[in-house]
Design a protein around this ligand. Structure first.
Ligand code: FAD
Length: 378
């Protein structure tokens, strides 16, 4: 990644103005007209197409080094692009898990062969990845997963059940954490595998969310062959690799997209119920919290922070901040908004329920904060 010192504010301004121009014409009209609320096959096709358009437009893998197929820019460009894309309600493609979790992990821990095989199609938007970590009995307690990968000649046979696997229905590949050494003891018994979703023995069942959307699925593996070449790190090193992936997952870029959505919801509230004196204190509180979030993002854009900075390290703080703010905004919207906006608030309220659960629940984020940042005893 180019260092902060060698990139100036003018470069970022140029980048922002080019990105703005590109976004103005690139976002498909059907998507824009429907405020991103298209469902089913039409939505899936547009989102897939968006991934390819990002590549063709030069906006895929902005902070991934160019030698791995990305653009070789920094966190500031990622944040700026996500804010601009959010403002024009650009589609959310299916390649998010690949680009934000798998790619950085392969760059840090993969083999040259794995990078060559998997990064280019991911950047081109041709291969979608999903993340197979959580299981019915192991979410927060990730080290307790039961999926087994039995060593066989040339690789492993994978058997088990993963749940809440986002994008699994669309994925060509899955990053799977599995037990390979049942007797090795907690944390030393796990291995990270890159699984081809076209292998025989994989069953995917949709899970419908309370909002009606289908963003994730249950994935069953029944003696699925995984080549030893598709193991990341050594056998038994899966926990360390998983922690690196989760570090990126709790990273700050999602804050940028979410900030735009929260700001837009808050503006709608101010427009529709902003003149009600009994809500004035509540609205002011939400507005101040949104400003704090914007301020955090501005620090990145103003180059006071970059990938290895406090911004990235304080990802748990950001996650708690934006998720609870969005839930509070949608709760107020649902309970006070005029009936003309009721459908909007119903959907947003239900969607916002998930954000304090995924990428590690807010209780887990608070545990991380208290133990690793504040140094409090367990
Ligand atoms: C929209 C969405 C998308 C998701 N996508 C994926 C995906 O793509 N891949 C994937 O692998 N997983 C995914 N998940 C799963 C997600 O990571 C888990 O739901 C999450 O880690 C919580 O695990 P759990 O659901 O098993 O809850 P549990 O771990 O059973 O937790 C239940 C409750 O107990 C609390 N709790 C548990 N342990 C502690 C503790 N030590 N201290 C304090 N409180 C605790 C939790 O905070 C929670 O409130 C997704 C989830 C959602 C909602």
């Amino acid at each position: 990644m180019t260092s902060v010192a060698t990139r100036g504010a003018r470069d970022l301004e140029t980048f922002a103005s080019e990105a703005e121009k590109w976004l103005a014409t690139a976002v498909p009209a059907r998507w824009r007209e429907n405020r991103g609320r298209l469902a089913g096959k039409e939505s899936d096709a547009l989102r897939r197409e968006w991934d390819r358009m990002l590549w063709k437009g030069g906006y895929s893998g902005l902070s991934i080094p160019a030698k791995f197929g990305g653009r070789g820019l920094g966190l500031a460009e990622e944040v700026v692009f996500h804010v601009l894309a959010g403002k024009v309600q650009a589609p959310d493609g299916f390649t998010r898990v690949g680009k934000t979790l798998v790619a950085p992990m392969l760059i840090k821990s993969g083999t040259p062969g794995q990078r060559e095989t998997y990064l280019p199609p991911m950047m081109r938007g041709e291969e979608v990845w999903c993340q197979g970590f959580s299981e019915p009995e192991a979410g927060s307690d990730l080290a307790g997963i039961q999926t087994r990968a039995r060593p066989v000649e040339g690789g492993y046979l994978l058997t088990g059940r993963k749940v809440w696997t986002s994008f699994a229905q669309h994925a060509q590949r899955c990053l799977v954490l599995a037990q390979t050494q049942p007797d090795a003891g907690r944390y030393r018994n796990l291995t990270m595998l890159l699984v081809d979703m076209a292998q025989p023995g994989i069953t995917i069942s949709d899970i419908r969310q309370i909002s009606g959307a289908v963003h994730f699925a249950e994935v069953r593996f029944d003696d699925v062959f995984v080549s030893a070449d598709d193991r990341v790190g050594a056998d038994g090193e899966g926990w360390q690799v998983a922690m690196r992936v989760l570090g990126d997952e709790r990273g700050g870029v999602e804050t940028a997209s979410r900030y735009v959505e929260i700001r837009s919801d808050l503006d709608l509230l101010l427009e529709t119920v902003g003149d009600r004196p009994e809500l004035a204190g509540h609205l002011r509180n939400l507005d101040v919290r949104a400003e704090l979030l914007r301020w955090q993002l501005a620090k990145v854009v103003d180059r006071e922070a970059d990938a290895d900075s406090a911004f990235q390290r304080s990802a748990s703080v950001l996650k708690v901040m934006w998720s609870e703010l969005w839930q509070d905004v949608t709760r107020l919207g649902l309970s006070t908004a005029p009936h003309t906006h009721r459908e909007h608030w119903r959907y947003q309220y239900l969607e916002a329920r998930a954000v304090s659960i995924y990428s590690g629940t807010n209780e887990i984020q608070r545990n991380i904060l208290s133990e690793r940042i504040l140094g409090l005893p367990r």
